[in-house]
Design a binder for this molecule. Structure first.
Ligand SMILES: CC(C)(COP(=O)(O)OP(=O)(O)OC[C@H]1O[C@@H](n2cnc3c(N)ncnc32)[C@H](O)[C@@H]1OP(=O)(O)O)[C@@H](O)C(=O)NCCC(=O)NCCS
Length: 248
């Protein structure tokens, strides 16, 4: 039985629209949602490109140190001081290019797996599920849960993403709660998830849902990455691990 999650929204949202009183319905995925789910996932993933390339830079002092050392060394060797101005621009272009390449690889990897066969991957087993959030019938968000063991153990929250035009109106919280309900109903001990996002939105959403960060992997290898030398130089991310114990 699907449960309606209702939330009064009194704020002005993106594009200046006032939603006033609106109903966010979180329901199980249906085959006709596939195109919209893939679109939301694709757009959310593409947002990670500038996030990783530019915002991520300040979270990786080791990369900054490497770029600075190479820039200074090149300037000294060539005795061309304009190199000091040129190399940082090359570094930023390199970071953008390789972030885009890795994230495209990640997209292809996801499409060859769960995102290409949403029904088969998530809806045919009692241990996994995919939900969409809809506002006035339009799909505006997606989240998945995948159980790691038959009983007990943890369930992993995956693919959380909300359409850009409907953010900050409670869709993320509604989707997250659905996964928590699923975990409690199936007697999983905890919900776990990982994110490489640097934007505060994802981290604050998970903390708001009650998750706590239990570890960070620096130099995480994104699925689909080729892991060449240039990729290692220009693409470096941290993977934050979050956990919430549901049975307590
Ligand atoms: C992260 C994401 C799912 C949040 O969805 P959302 O529907 O906007 O989230 P909600 O409206 O339910 O917000 C819940 C809380 O999260 C936090 N939050 C959400 N967006 C935020 C932002 N831009 N800045 C700071 N905090 C934010 C706030 O604490 C918010 O509560 P509040 O509005 O009462 O202050 C959405 O921004 C998104 O899809 N981002 C791109 C994809 C992504 O990063 N996915 C997660 C990767 S694992």
């Amino acid at each position: 039985m699907e449960k309606k999650v209702q939330k009064k929204v009194d704020k002005i949202h993106n594009n200046g629209h006032k939603y006033g009183l609106q109903t966010i319905v979180v329901r199980e995925f249906e085959p006709e949602d596939k195109i919209e789910v893939q679109r939301i996932f694709y757009e959310g993933l593409m947002e990670m490109v500038p996030d990783t390339a530019f915002r991520g830079l300040k979270h990786h002092p080791e990369s900054l140190l490497l770029y600075t050392a190479v820039t200074v060394l090149c300037s000294v060797i060539t005795m061309c001081w304009w190199v000091l101005g040129l190399l940082p621009a090359v570094v930023l272009c390199g970071r953008y290019f390789y972030s885009r390449r890795v994230i495209h690889g990640h997209l292809e990897h996801a499409m060859s797996r769960d995102m290409g066969d949403l029904e088969g991957f998530y809806m045919n087993s009692p241990d996994s599920r995919l939900w969409v959030a809809a506002i006035e019938g339009k799909v505006v968000g997606v989240v998945a849960a995948v159980g790691q063991q038959k009983s007990g153990g943890a369930v992993e929250l995956q693919r959380m993403c909300v359409d850009r035009s409907c953010r900050r109106c409670g869709v993320g919280v509604a989707l997250g709660r659905k996964v928590l309900e699923f975990a409690a109903a199936h007697r999983y001990s905890s919900v776990v998830l990982g994110t490489t996002a640097y934007t505060p939105a994802a981290h604050q959403l998970y903390q708001r849902l009650g998750f706590r960060c239990v570890g960070v992997t620096n130099g995480y290898v994104t699925p689909g990455a080729r892991w060449s030398l240039l990729e290692r130089i220009f693409y470096r991310v941290r993977h934050h691990h979050y956990r919430l114990d549901v049975q307590k």
